[in-house]
Design a protein around this ligand. Structure first.
Ligand SMILES: CC(=O)SCCNC(=O)CCNC(=O)[C@H](O)C(C)(C)COP(=O)(O)OP(=O)(O)OC[C@H]1O[C@@H](n2cnc3c(N)ncnc32)[C@H](O)[C@@H]1OP(=O)(O)O
Length: 408
């Protein structure tokens, strides 16, 4: 899309954050409230910020948190794109395209090989090279009866801890478990307090204060939840926000606890990994139901070569990939991927391609959550050498499916 000649894309300095937030509240149909405004301002202060300017007026904003994201076998600096908005008067004039182009350029310059976001509408970001890399399973437990399980729960001590103390207690535990699953972001102390444990959930008025249940000493698991009223005549429900456990028995203990809280009759978890063991060890499929499977984290390979070289590989593979990338030409063309558990090289190569694919589809497969063979079957990836997709899938495979708990 041609950028409108009137628009300019440049940094949003601290002095103009409030103007940019005014555009955000307009675009997201939100009220400007003091506490919320301060919170958003504080978040933006820690972000890379790009604006679309019409003359001197801010007409759009796109920001990026400087995250660290777990990828198979390691971590990568990642631009966590958020606060994307364009004033209603300036829609469809290329403001989003221009701001993302500028954010991607700055991310590459800062050495961030990947960018990621949660989309307000799924259809927006594919054209910019973002592919769905993690998914969110919504799970509901009918808690009118005790949770029926096929395994014995850990009978270790379970305690409720003060949310103010929680980051010091569960933060190091989260950080230890994070590396095992691709798609997880590093949480700072401030992120724990402001995103996970604020007293009031500004996005959900019906939700009560955060509760943190911790299993074992030393910590062997935790659950963060809020009890949420459901209106006249209905019992409140438990909204589970986050749960980690070392062992299946530990996870079973936490789920059993959540499903046994008095005066509630439902547990609702909106974002669980697709391979959550609960779905297997629950004894009654009528009691524990998966009610939705939604796209979650969208990933963009800013520098595909650097990203591929940074992850680990489960099996040897030697293939030529032909990648299409309309926005970042450095990623486009034919490259030979030679990878094994010992390492990876990814170099331009003139040989005929074994697989041809769009950069968004490579991004979907990057964390191990989407199978290349499925994309071939869906007509999205062109398999030119038989069994090339299976070979790439074997190399990309991860022990656990990728999952992102943090929505940002
Ligand atoms: C990560 C996040 O923060 S997600 C939050 C996104 N923000 C919102 O939803 C707030 C409300 N909406 C908006 O502010 C704007 O409409 C935006 C940001 C979604 C789009 O901004 P615009 O400046 O209008 O987009 P722009 O003109 O650059 O469009 C680029 C392309 O994306 C397409 N596009 C834009 N919005 C949408 C949409 N909601 N759904 C599908 N396609 C879209 C355009 O049609 C255009 O396609 P083309 O290149 O084929 O012509």
């Amino acid at each position: 899309m041609e950028h409108s000649p009137g628009l300019r894309f440049d940094e949003v300095p601290e002095t103009r954050i409030d103007q940019a937030l005014d555009v955000a509240y307009l675009a997201f149909h939100e009220k400007k409230e003091d506490a919320r405004h301060k919170h958003h301002r504080d978040l933006l202060l820690g972000c890379e910020r790009v604006g679309a300017y019409d003359g001197n007026a801010v007409a759009g904003l796109a920001a990026a948190f400087p995250f660290t994201l777990s990828v198979p076998g390691g971590d990568l600096p990642c631009a966590g794109v958020s606060f994307v908005c364009v004033a209603p008067t300036h829609r469809r004039r290329g403001a989003l395209s221009g701001m993302l182009g500028e954010l991607h350029r700055r991310s590459a310059e800062a050495g961030r090989a990947i960018a990621a976001l949660w989309a307000s509408e799924d259809a927006i970001y594919g054209r910019f090279g973002y592919g769905t890399a993690t998914r969110a399973a919504s799970v509901e437990i009918d808690a009118r009866n005790p949770l029926r399980l096929r395994i014995d729960p850990d009978e270790g001590p379970l305690r409720l801890v003060d949310p103010a103390e929680a980051p010091a207690l569960i933060g190091p535990y989260y950080e230890r478990t994070r590396a095992a699953r691709p798609g997880r972001i590093v949480r700072t102390e401030a992120w724990w307090r402001e995103e996970w444990l604020p007293e009031k959930d500004e996005d959900d008025e019906a939700a009560g204060p955060p509760r943190v249940a911790v299993l074992g000493e030393p910590v062997a698991g935790y659950a963060i939840y809020r009890v949420k009223s459901r209106g006249e005549g209905l019992r409140p429900e438990v909204r589970l926000d986050d749960l980690e456990a070392d062992t299946p028995a530990g996870a079973a203990a936490l789920w059993r606890y959540l499903a046994s809280i008095d005066l509630t009759d439902k547990v609702r978890a909106w974002n669980r990994p697709a391979d959550d063991p609960l779905r297997l060890f629950a004894a009654d499929g009528d009691q524990v139901k998966t009610t939705a499977d939604s796209p979650a984290l969208k990933l963009r390979l800013i520098d595909a070569g650097a990203a591929l070289r940074a992850r680990s590989w489960a099996a040897p593979v030697d293939l030529v990939l032909e990648v299409r990338d309309e926005h970042l030409p450095g990623n486009a063309g034919r490259h030979r991927l030679t990878a094994s558990p010992e390492g990876c090289s990814y170099r331009p190569d003139g040989a005929a391609a074994d697989l041809a694919l769009d950069v968004r589809d490579l991004a979907s497969c990057y964390l191990g959550g989407t199978r290349v063979a499925d994309l071939v079957r869906a007509g999205l990836v062109d398999e030119r050498t038989p069994a090339a997709a299976a070979a790439l899938d074997a190399a990309l495979r991860t022990e656990l499916l990728p999952h992102t708990s943090d929505e940002f």
